[in-house]
Design a binder for this molecule. Sequence first.
Ligand code: SF4
Length: 567
Amino acid sequence: MPYEKRISHKPIYGRSLNTNPIRNTMSTAQRQPTDVLSPALPEESAIPSNINRRSFIMRNAVIGAAAVMTGRAWTPEARAQQAAAEASKKPSLPPLDSTSMSSDLDVVKRSKGPVMTILEEFYKVGPGPSSSHTIGPMRITYDFYQRCTKLPADQLAQATGLKVHLYGSLSATGKGHGTERAALAGLLGKEPATVDPLFLDAMKEKPDESYPVKLGDKTFNLSLADIIYDSAKGDFPHPNTMTCQLMGSDKPIYELEYYSPGGGFYEWKGYTPPKKGQPKYPYATMKELRKHAEDNSLSIAQVIMANEVAVSGKSEEQINAFLDKIANAMLATVKAGLAVKEGVLPGPIKLQSKAATVWERAQDDKYESDRAIALVSACALAASEENARGHLVITAPTGGSAGVMPALVYGLMESQRKVPMEKIRQGLLAGAAIGYLCKHNATLSGAEGGCQSEIGVASAMSAALVAQVMDSSPLVVENAAESALEHHLGMTCDPVAGYVQVPCIERCAFGAVKAWTAYMIATNEIASRHRVDLDTTVETLAETGRDMSTKYKETSEAGLAANLVLC
Ligand code: SF4
């Protein structure tokens, strides 16, 4: 018997059992003013647009429950009004990691106003294994070295060396991320996008090697000993804080404090962001972004492209050239990883690489039924293993998650589908939109939000990429991204021995497969019936990250990092 028919809707003690809002066909307007005990959902149109929908519904329900207990009668309209008033009082959320992030940081301030991130800030090519612990620190020390070269001659005349102090998570897990090598390379004038990974490998093989650095008329030698793993715990403006010092004998004569908030971004004490143009379609939420798309009959990719032109001042041609570079770099990282037949990845875990083996088995007709999942997994493992080797990867959004999106790009372009570059560009734009929103309203850093912020966001971006490539509507793009992110919520960051290998490498494969699953579900359902919107999930990501113990935020103090015995 259908479930509906088994339920008696007869009133009991004068109270309607018709409490399920899905079965409740009576509109709020049709209800009697005294029907105060039935906790029906308010109609969507009754929810004020400037109020958080979830808060409004919760307040509405709580007022209804209080009415039951106190006997106070509310008309639906009065209850909605009261709920709106209470929901609007909800204090704005503190910055994600309010215990360790200063409100002075631009990364915190930028969470207000429209999204202003541009593609070149977001998709970055650089050496693995971590955007916050490798690419960020290398960009920071490169920046510091450039500043030093511009100091007055009399100040440079006193210089005897350079030193870098790493704090917080950079100190706790920097060794496993190769932070000291990246930081030294930046001081030596190397940039992430162009550094030869073999140069970084050589540093590892010869840790006592000295390298000459020229500043003004002086040349002095630097080594890994000049990169100091300082306090892991303390009251830092950001979990990834570092200071760079130009030394005069044993005292700093010039120093600057920097922060590496993830995705290869960096800022420094007193940072002011560069001037940018205003977005053509300003948005700070997915709801606003989708409205622009729907009102103007544009795809999500087209809205992002128009904003990119307006904010960056670049032409569409220049932006497309950049997207091609990113897509080609993604293909290259997968190919490089698949080309390594077998081997042990660097570090104490002695983890065997497996991308090539998974790839080979996927070609075997005996395992044909596994093929689709195996190919996507192999590509994700390949790019992620390249990251673990410290080779060049693309932040999408981070180094730890750098296997996810390349797997989908490779799968779409190099499989029988042969998706053309033009479509991949659109997918990268849609994926960036999701990443921008997660960065704007939550975080992309495992040190701030756990792995949900890295692999979860990468999976959501990739689901949006696939949906956009397949010409899905803006709502389906949103639903696919939402679904992928939703099923990573709560995922902790606990890299074993501080190396971005376990659980990170396999996690990239799972993130890629989940992205495809999310796309499939989103294109199989009636889009308007999808019950969870992306903004709610991003807000949940931020709240979950805020509540997560710091032990699970890239400190390697708990989880697998604490329980896996290495021998
Ligand atoms: S566990 Fe996740 S967030 Fe942490 S380092 Fe690995 S990939 Fe990054």
